[in-house]
Structures are given as structure tokens and as C-alpha cells.
Design a protein around this ligand. Sequence first.
Ligand SMILES: *Cc1c(COP(=O)(O)O)cnc(C)c1O
Length: 366
Amino acid sequence: MNFLDLAAQYRSIQKEIDAAINSVISRSEFIMGPAVGELEEKVATYCGTQFGVALNSGTDALIIALKALGIGAEDEVIVPSFTYIASAETVAMTGARPVFVDIEPDTFNIDVSTIERVITPRTKAILPVHLYGQPADMDKICQLAKKHNLKVIEDAAQAIGAEYKGKKVGSIGNVGCLSFFPTKNLGAYGDGGMLLTDDPRIAEMAKKWRIHGQSKKYYTDFIGDSSRLDTLQAAVLLVKLKYLDKWTHARQAVANKYDTLLTATPGVTTPTVSPDRSHVYHQYTIRVTHQRDALAAHLKQKGIPTMIYYPIALHQQKAFSSYGYDQSAFPESRQATEEVLSLPIYPELPQDSIGSIAKEIKQFCS
Ligand SMILES: *Cc1c(COP(=O)(O)O)cnc(C)c1O
């Protein structure tokens, strides 16, 4: 059994993918070919924003979002302490300081009730992460941002297509950041990402940033970087985008089946989805209150792969040790690191695999 089966997905659309790749190669349109602009338009329309700027990675989308909002040295950005490192690393890379807050135990997303007490005159932005594919509580986040004159950057790397009160993630804050890393719900065949925004100045800056801050070839307005999305990747993504909703529904069906099969399993909590949101299940992550690691080992021995996203909270990372966080801070984040277990979930996951995974978990936990 696989944790994810990208080869199965490729086989299901092989003809279209091969044709798209061959077309780019035969025309040698490797850098900024027409597929890039087309993808930007289609993804922005899909997500409900005016602009999409295709970039080399989701990490670059975050960095450029922060820079475009003027965030740098002396500034602070509020980030959940339980997420992938890129959400906070990018803040640090601009020279600003990530200020961590705890998460909600049920959704694993930023706990909005803890944000206000860490706001200082240096705070410039809130950076919610739609973890595992479920939107954070955006209304409350945007209200707080408005009250304190802060920007909102959505890390939507895991959540393309997820909706909060009918709006797609990435379109709610000032800037949204997507990742097309191969394992993400819309994955390229290499690295890729996109910045989403309704603000033409931010889009403009991002478009220059990815070509060394140039407005015109060899004329540099500011120090930027080399961060374009390859045309080959854009061509692959254009094919895959057509299937995204279908794949999302298939993921949701897998999740519903797990939910049903795992109800009333002692010590196991299935994901909670808030009623005003949709969850696109980048991960299906359960909480296991006792012997999580023993369960993972048992499943492995039965040929069932699982993953722990994430085994360490950000304030406990060596990289952030200089910030002097108390190791005992953010109890919900720490507890999550000890209890989360992500199960295989992808559109092509066979029905009987879901059944056998659930059966093994039930047997072990009962
Ligand atoms: C994947 C991911 C990123 C980074 O995206 P890359 O394309 O890998 O650079 C950022 N934040 C979160 C939450 C992610 O899952």
C-alpha cells in the first residue's frame, strides 16, 4: 500500500499530460511560455482573485507576499506554532520575527483567541495556515487584522479549493500563497507555487520579483530573485486543474469513509470540520491519545504507511532556539505533535484499502 500514489494519478491522465509536455518541448518554450500566463489566469479565477503570479515554489510565494507587504527587519508576524517550517521560516528570511501562537485542538488551525495578546506596535501581519486542507477561522482573523491595522497572508499551500463561508482560501486575506509541490492536492512534476491577490501593486511587484526585480529586460528596479514557474510545470498543472474538483470530491469520499469506519474507536479522534467550511483533505489526520507511535509501528508492520505531520512544534525547533521560547509553551501544539497520525488519502486509494486500514486501527485500539 502507498501513502500517496502519484504514478496511479499519472496513468489516469497520461495521454493529456504527455501531449502537454511534448508540446512545450517541441516549441522550446521553457521559460515563461504561454502556459504560464494561462495557468495564472485559470488558477486566479478558480480561487476567486484578480491576480495569480506563478512562482518557483510555495515558499517563494510566502517570501514575496511578505516582502510585497513591506515586511522586514524589526517587524513581527503572527504564525501558528504547529505547521510546516516554511510558514515561519519565510518570515524570518525577510528579517522579521515570527511570533508564535497556539492552535485549536479540534481543527489544528491557529487559535484566534490567543492572537490579540501578542500584538505589539511591531506586529505587521497575521499568517494563518489552512492546515491539512481546512480553512482557518478567517472572519475572526480579518476582524482582528482590521482592528489593529494588520495585513493577512494566507498560507493555502495545503488547501487549494477549500472554502470558508463560500469563499475559496487564498482569496480572503491580502495575499494567498499556494504550493504546487508534487504531493500537494494540485501538484506539479517538480517545484512550483503561486501568489494570489486582488491588489495590482502586489501582483506587479511579484511579477518583477521573479525576474530579478526587472520591469524591462536588464533594467532592475529592485533586488529580486529568480523564481519563475517552468512552462513544463504550468502545462502539467493546466491539465491537472481540470480534474482538481473531481479529485477533491474523491478525497472527501475517502475521508467520509474513514470517519464512518473509525467512529467509536477508543482513543481515536477523527478530524473535526467546522460547519461553515469545506475540508479538501490534503491530509486525513487523526488524533491517537495513547500509544500513537506503537500504532504507527503496528500499521507499518501490516504494510500500511502513515506519517506524522508534524513531530515537532516550531517553537521547539533548533532553528528558532534564539527566540527563547519556553519549551513548555503552546501546550496544544505540543500535544498535537504527540498525537497526530496522518493516514493514506488520495483520489485513487482503493475502497478495500480504506477498510483494511480502519480495521487494523480498530483492532489495535480496542
Ligand atoms: C508545502 C508547504 C509550503 C511550502 O511550499 P513549497 O512549494 O514546498 O515551497 C508552505 N506551507 C505549508 C503549510 C506547506 O504545506
